[in-house]
Design a protein around this ligand. Structure first.
Ligand SMILES: [Zn+2]
Length: 439
């Protein structure tokens, strides 16, 4: 009998009754210790809220006894303040901006291989919201606010896109790595082999079955019915008849699509770069791609770095130049320093019309989103004129103040999908952690 019990204990391992009891006791002990700590933190927080001269002797003694908790709470408050300060947008004064842009012009003239890394900030003047700015898509969604639905097809390349294209034509910029999926660099005239759209392009769908991958450039948003891990669009490859997929890379995804991501081009150019100019990006995602920063090389052999962004970025400390300015403003001043004339964007000459694969008859009804067309869009393209920008700003402000009748929820496309999925998984994680705590 006794032998049988011992065997059963060995087989069941930690599942045996005494061990299970120990685990339960440890859990209960951990739970009560956690609760005790929470109570103490609450007590300390209440005392710290009082002015120093209003604290009783007992309260002062409590703070001394619980000095470790006091220090921890102070540390957390400092961290919160730091994050808050980093999220704030600051703008250099016009004089400071001029001085800094002069330095940037010099850096560009002296460089042999300059590469631009761009983020959502280069497209905000085209009425495309950024992600982490005060009115950014993710900031608003995280605050539970509505995000105005705009047709991204209506957006046109900004002065910054056109300026980068001009710099490329002049040989002052060799390559552009963009995190934007709006396709505006391609539409500015930048050739695809000088561009790495590392998170995809909303106008491009590909056939992954064909070798080399067959690329289909369209004049409409191909992401209408796609989302995280679901990339199949509503059309088929003309060569092999297999379904096409979009090229968008959401958070938590990796994509091996060759173009428009062009990682090979991004890596080769980062390797050859002697100057990297980061424009309109928080760099929170971009910094994780170590191959773009030559992190495997000593600091003195890495390219010079210039950061142009209204908010703090994690690369500010390594930059030889940080410009706190709006992209279009900086580009305008830079063009004037370099004596360059930036061409105005012209819708009829939009390269997308030439690059696009003509739709076959039965494909014309395969999408319901707006199509880019020459006829209707000239006035829509003027969104970045001053009056329209002001009007757009006022409309956004009204929406923020609670008049939600003018704004609709986020509509099909790639915007916000990654975040929505992330929030859901965060909620799930929190729920699981709560259940664990309650055990
Ligand atoms: Zn194919």
């Amino acid at each position: 009998m006794s032998h049988a019990v011992q065997s059963s204990d060995v087989r069941s391992g930690t599942g045996s009754r005494p061990v299970r009891s120990c685990i339960s006791l440890a859990r209960i002990h951990g739970f009560s210790a956690k609760n005790e700590r929470k109570q103490k933190e609450k007590q300390v927080k209440q005392i710290l809220k009082k002015a120093e001269n209003e604290r009783t002797e007992d309260e002062i003694q409590t703070l001394e006894d619980l000095i470790e908790i006091v220090q921890e709470l102070q540390k957390r408050a400092r961290r919160r303040e730091k994050v808050k300060a980093q999220q704030q947008e600051t703008e250099d004064s016009p004089d400071v901006l001029d001085d800094k842009v002069k330095k940037l012009a010099l850096l560009l003239r002296e460089s042999n291989h300059a590469v631009f890394y761009t983020g959502a900030g280069v497209s905000t003047a085209a009425a495309i919201p950024d992600y982490r700015g005060p009115n950014g898509v993710w900031t608003l969604l995280q605050q539970g606010k509505q995000v105005e639905s705009t047709s991204i097809v209506d957006a046109c390349p900004t002065l910054t896109h056109m300026g980068i294209y001009k710099l490329h034509q002049e040989g002052l910029v060799k390559h552009v790595v963009s995190q934007n999926c709006d396709g505006l660099h391609l539409r500015s005239g930048l050739p695809q082999n000088s561009l790495s759209e590392i998170h995809g392009n909303m106008f491009i769908e590909v056939c992954r079955n064909c070798t080399p991958e067959e690329q289909y450039i369209r004049t409409f948003d191909v992401t209408e019915n796609t989302s995280l891990h679901r990339h199949q669009t509503s059309r088929k490859c003309h060569r092999c008849r297999k379904p096409l997929t979009d090229t968008i890379v959401h958070f938590g995804e990796k994509s091996s699509v060759k173009f428009p991501l062009n990682w090979e081009g991004a890596k080769l150019n980062a390797e050859a770069a002697d100057l990297i100019v980061c424009m309109g990006s928080s760099l929170k995602v971009l910094r994780r791609y170590s191959c773009l920063w030559r992190m495997n090389q000593p600091l003195q052999r890495r390219p010079k770095l210039c950061v142009i962004n209204l908010q703090w970025t994690p690369k500010d400390g390594q930059a030889v130049l940080k410009i706190s300015g709006r992209c279009d403003d900086v580009m305008q001043r830079l063009a004037s320093q370099l004596n360059l004339q930036i061409q105005e964007y012209s819708k009829p000459k939009d390269p997308l019309f030439n690059l696009a694969t003509p739709l076959r008859k039965k494909e014309t009804e395969s999408f319901s989103t707006k199509q880019l067309s020459v006829g209707t869009s000239l006035e829509e393209c003027l969104l970045h004129t001053e009056d329209e920008k002001k009007h757009d700003q006022e409309r956004k402000q009204t929406d923020l103040e609670g008049d939600e009748t003018k704004s609709g929820p986020l509509q099909p496309g790639w915007f916000g999908k990654g975040l929505r999925r992330r929030s859901q998984s965060n909620k799930r994680r929190r729920r699981l952690s709560k259940i664990k705590d309650e055990l």
